[in-house]
Design a binder for this molecule. Sequence first.
Ligand code: PHE
Length: 349
Amino acid sequence: MADDINNDNLLERIGKLVSEYKESLSIAQDLIALESLEIKILGRKSELTNILKNIKDLKDPQDKKRVGQEANFAKQTLEKLLSEKKESIKKDYLANVEIKEKLDITLPGTKFETGHIHPVTQMIALCEDIFMKMGFDVYYPNAIDDDYHNFETVNLPPNHPARDSWDTFWTEDDHIAITHTSSMQNRILSSKNPPIRAIVPGRCFRHEATDARHEHTFNQIEGIYVDKGVNLTNMLGVLQEFFSKFYEKEVKVKFTPDFFPFVEPGGMMSLSCILCDGKGCSVCKQTGWLEILGCGMIHPKVLEMANIDPNTYSGFAWGFGVERLIMLKYDINDIRLFYSGNLDFLKQF
Ligand code: PHE
């Protein structure tokens, strides 16, 4: 210790150090600040440590005793203050952390919007499921096909007036956006041997003025069944079974003659009204029946074009619109909703 530092100076210096450090301690905000203060106050190179280290060099034993007592007392005081301050910083931190980093596990999490399968696709899957359980295979049509498959093979030769009911979109090289899933009849019939049981779900297109019941783009499910001795009653049985499964209730079916060039006899099949169970309502126009699909016994010419002998085999075919079926299932009054991209509508399925 430097000679000029006498006993009084030292005592004064210790007193100053204590009040200086007390001041610093009082303003320290966190444990990091406190740690560097601790080094400064009590570390190996601190002034107080230095004073303590050099007490032994004081000549006067009296001084040694006083300075020693004072310096040690200062050290203890500061140690105590340091640990008290450490505790209070920790306590404050823990009290605040609950507020600052509070985790409320009852709050709803961040919801990621994921899309889901379109109602029409869901319903096609349901139809496929029902028909597959009845032994039908599933085929998908070409979206664009040729005149031969869409028209000629189903007994609609060029210039046949009935083509008008299937007016559609043509490409410049005479291909068409298919007007019905009957476009697959010939492909299926000519590639397999009876018994043939197949359905064809697919998108169809028609040059159509749209309204609540008509769309230029819609989905159809074609069905064909060819074997020995197949008759119209078999068809009505298959379709009645399908509709009872699809609507999850017993339904009645009725056949009324109508004309399609590819079936003979051909007709419309009606279903007892799903909404009023046949009692009569605005949807079935008080008749209790809904005309739901075109069907009939496959025309002998159609079988012949697929190299199936109409004298040995017979078969039936039908085609229905999927959207119309769904509209009845869920009481939807406008077909255009399906392709409107209206999420309020779509999210309900
Ligand atoms: N293809 C016909 C249509 O689109 C429906 C149908 C299919 C009718 C099979 C009879 C037999 O209207």
